[in-house]
Design a protein around this ligand. Structure first.
Ligand code: AMP
Ligand code: MN
Ligand code: MN
Ligand code: MN
Length: 282
């Protein structure tokens, strides 16, 4: 079922296919009233999205998504209501963006060894003004007929542990939380299933540890969760007194199966209350 809010979305400032203004217009068409733009490692799209939201009557929340060091899976943290002028935030994001640039050349080399030829110019063309992401490599591999789908590109070559994967320098969790808080924002753990922990007990322990570090909410409702997982993570978050959010991780055409506003069946999130929590000081 489609919700009237979505707290996880990407524009072409990272690896989404819509510009920030197009994304907000698309949200409007799909009856979304509250939209958070959470591009990877960049807040460049926020100004345009907020302005467009004001024009057409959508509450746009200034967000960002950062990947932090984690094993066995991946840990992504979303920051909400960040002050986009904050210099600490901007400096940290700049380092994350630099690490992406460095990695890009290394991925090109690895793909070449595997027989796939992608040039820096091709990457630049697809990424446009956005931050270079593995999704852009995947997209070009599909366009060139090297693989059938973006999923296949990740599974065989680009995913963690696959043959052309290249690590990049990431923030640690404490640095990420500090960065978000310095900018006045709220830190939320995105799509917990991607942590790939083995048991419910491990999830509960990890959530409690994250709360100690300063995480205030859990994206319990996510495209990547089964309905059972949605409800399980919701329950865990409630018990730990963490707030519950939901988001689709919309990327437009890059992830055509992900629909804006769709991230569960029984999404019992009171969006007005949640907005207050995301805005509250301290
Ligand atoms: P990067 O930030 O460059 O490391 O790329 C990570 C992005 O690639 C994620 O935000 C997703 O959008 C995308 N991604 C990662 N794993 C997969 C996958 N298995 N299938 C499709 N997209 C993926
Ligand atoms: Mn992405
Ligand atoms: Mn993510
Ligand atoms: Mn995302």
């Amino acid at each position: 079922m489609r919700q009237n809010f979505d707290l996880h979305s990407h524009s072409n400032k990272s690896d989404g296919s819509f510009s920030p203004a197009e994304l907000v217009e698309y949200a409007k068409k799909n009856s979304i009233k509250v939209l958070a733009l959470t591009d990877h490692d960049t807040i460049d799209g926020i100004g345009e999205a907020v302005e467009s939201g004001k024009k057409i009557g959508i509450n746009v929340i200034a967000g960002v998504e950062v990947s932090v060091d984690f094993k066995p899976g991946s840990m992504h943290i979303c920051g909400y209501n960040v002050d986009t002028d904050n210099s600490y935030l901007n400096d940290k994001l700049k380092s994350a963006q630099d690490s992406r640039k460095n990695r890009s050349g290394m991925i090109i080399d690895k793909l070449k060894s595997a027989g796939f030829y992608i040039t820096p110019d091709e990457i630049k063309k697809v990424a446009g003004s956005g931050r270079i992401s593995r999704s852009h490599f995947a997209q070009i591999m599909v366009e060139k007929g090297y693989v059938g789908t973006v999923e296949e590109a990740f599974d065989k070559y680009l995913a963690k542990g696959a043959s052309c994967y290249v690590e990049r320098v990431r923030l640690n969790i404490r640095e990420a939380v500090k960065m978000i808080k310095e900018a006045g924002g709220k830190a939320v753990l995105a799509h917990p299933v991607q942590l790939k922990l083995e048991s419910d007990e491990e999830y509960i322990r990890k959530f409690a540890e994250l709360k100690e570090i300063g995480i205030e909410g859990i994206e319990a409702f996510s495209t990547y969760h089964s309905e059972e997982e949605n409800q399980k993570f919701r329950q865990m978050a409630k018990e730990l007194d963490l707030f519950v959010t939901g988001g689709s991780d919309f990327h437009g055409k890059i992830k055509p199966d992900v629909k804006l506003g769709v991230f569960g069946e029984n999404v019992d999130v009171d969006i007005k209350e949640l907005i207050k929590k995301l805005e509250s000081g301290g």
